[in-house]
Design a protein around this ligand. Structure first.
Ligand SMILES: Cc1cc2nc3c(=O)[nH]c(=O)nc-3n(C[C@H](O)[C@H](O)[C@H](O)COP(=O)(O)OP(=O)(O)OC[C@H]3O[C@@H](n4cnc5c(N)ncnc54)[C@H](O)[C@@H]3O)c2cc1C
Length: 432
């Protein structure tokens, strides 16, 4: 069978699609742009508190990164802890790290409260070292994380690594037992159902075309122009991630969209699956231009990476299948004769400082920049923004940190310069 250019996770959806709200209300308390984890989690929290909220999604619910990702529910942030401490100081980073741990508990709580059947499991993650120098840094990192954040990371020497992964190309690893795995498409579908049950209005195939502020009788409002017509809203949440469009130009200037691609093999025998990943971890390597991989619940090897830096098109998806297959065989020669059945791509929302950000932009709430940590983080940030709108104190440690704009060529929609970013990552891998 030829490789299907299709998101494997979408083939696992069996619950009925989320029914779409019919009538566009004239006004709502909060309008949310984008129905991924961030927008739907915000809508769920708002609706549960009696706030009238409508979510507008340009495509189908969960269509963006939220249904296509690796399903790794990861602790920590993209940047190494010493870099974070240098940049923001210990006190702020302590709060950021604590938030990153809280995000995992929050996903687990939602899955359990809303009974979302998405194979959530606290299987832990394993980072594997591609160079001896990377492994040498693990000891210090683990000690720093223990000392500053009281969080345990376990170092795995090269000799012990076969107990964690059936590959001998790495120099050792580091395990965090707190991380989890899930089926991302089932999770985002479950979130949409939960938001709707709580009373949120959900509109799919309804792009937001523009948002304008207006003041009437001293009261400030937003006029949200959608493809179905206008809606007024007291507040707006931008939850459009890497897919942010010209409709919200200020946010678009801040986002660097980066393509990431995934292949999934045919179903493996139990014996082979156990050999490749004895503890069923979420695994990623220590490079900048990294590979991430895991077993799916039905025991396929799902193997992802930034095979091409352009956001996904038919061409980049097809080229990525072969690049990723070669990468997978370098890690696991045992898979040389295993068929690849699926390949797909998605777009990650990076920022210039590689940090997640939240707060207000042009008077609207936003959260973005989750990069490869968005499954847990976007869920948590969405709900936190909802809490702030409901009058809770704003204790989001990522709000208020400096948020640089992306250089023109790297912004959403201007993807001609992205291969330069790719080349830069490859150079860093060569020298670090
Ligand atoms: C291939 C891949 C693998 C990944 N792997 C992992 C992983 O294993 N673990 C992890 O934690 N993270 C991973 N990520 C990142 C994670 O998926 C994202 O950070 C997360 O899904 C972001 O959620 P979101 O709700 O902010 O945005 P999205 O899920 O991207 O949703 C944004 C939505 O907004 C809609 N939209 C945009 N503009 C408009 C508009 N004007 N009007 C209406 N709708 C609009 C889009 O159509 C889109 O559906 C991965 C991402 C990709 C692409």
């Amino acid at each position: 069978m030829p490789i299907q250019e299709k998101n494997f996770w979408s083939t696992t959806l069996d619950s009925p699609a989320v029914p779409v709200s019919k009538e566009l209300p004239d006004s709502v308390d909060v309008a949310v742009v984008g129905a991924g984890y961030c927008g739907l989690s915000a809508a769920r929290t708002l609706a549960k508190r009696g706030v009238k909220v409508a979510v507008f999604e340009a495509e189908t619910f969960g269509w963006g990164a939220s249904s296509r990702n690796g399903g790794m529910v990861l602790t920590g942030m993209k940047l190494p802890v010493p870099t974070l401490i240098n940049r923001y100081g210990k006190d702020v980073v302590r709060k950021m790290y604590a938030a990153s741990l809280e995000t995992i508990d929050f996903v687990e709580q939602i899955v359990s409260e809303e009974k979302i059947d998405c194979n959530f499991s606290r299987c832990g993650h394993l980072e594997v070292a591609c160079k001896q120098g990377h492994f040498d840094g693990y000891e210090e990192s683990a000690a720093l994380v223990k000392r500053e954040f009281n969080h345990e990371l376990r170092i795995v020497s090269k000799n012990e690594l076969l107990g964690e992964i059936g590959s001998n190309i790495y120099f050792g690893g580091m395990v965090d037992e707190t991380s989890a795995g899930l089926n991302p498409a089932r999770y985002v579908a479950g979130l949409a159902h939960a938001a709707q049950r709580a009373g949120a209005f959900l509109f799919d195939r309804t792009p937001v075309i523009s948002v304008e502020q207006e003041t009437k009788n001293g009261a400030r409002k937003f006029r949200v122009q959608t493809s179905r017509g206008p809606v007024t809203a007291r507040e707006v949440i931008l939850a459009s991630g890497a897919y942010t469009t010209k409709a919200t130009p200020a946010l678009r200037k801040k986002i660097i969209p980066i393509g990431s691609y995934i292949i999934a093999t045919e179903i493996l025998s139990n014996h082979l699956a156990r050999e490749l990943s004895p503890r069923n971890r979420m695994i990623y390597d220590s490079k900048h231009f990294l590979y991430y991989y895991r077993l799916t619940p039905d025991k396929r090897m799902l193997f992802g990476g930034r095979a091409a830096f352009f956001p996904e098109t038919e061409n980049t998806v097809r080229q990525s299948a072969e690049i990723l297959r070669r990468g997978m065989i370098d890690v696991y020669p045992q898979l040389r004769d295993t068929k690849v059945e699926f390949v797909w791509g998605g777009t990650l929302d990076f920022t210039l400082d590689v940090m997640p950000h939240a707060g207000k932009i042009d008077g609207m709430y936003f959260a973005a920049g989750f990069a490869g940590h968005g499954v847990a983080a976007a869920t948590w940030f969405g709900s936190k923004l909802a809490g702030v709108i409901c009058g809770e104190p704003n204790d989001i440690p990522f709000d208020g940190i400096k948020f640089p704009s992306a250089p023109f060529g790297l912004r959403s929609g201007n993807s001609w310069a992205l291969p330069l970013a790719g080349a830069w990552y490859k150079i860093l891998d060569f020298f670090t």
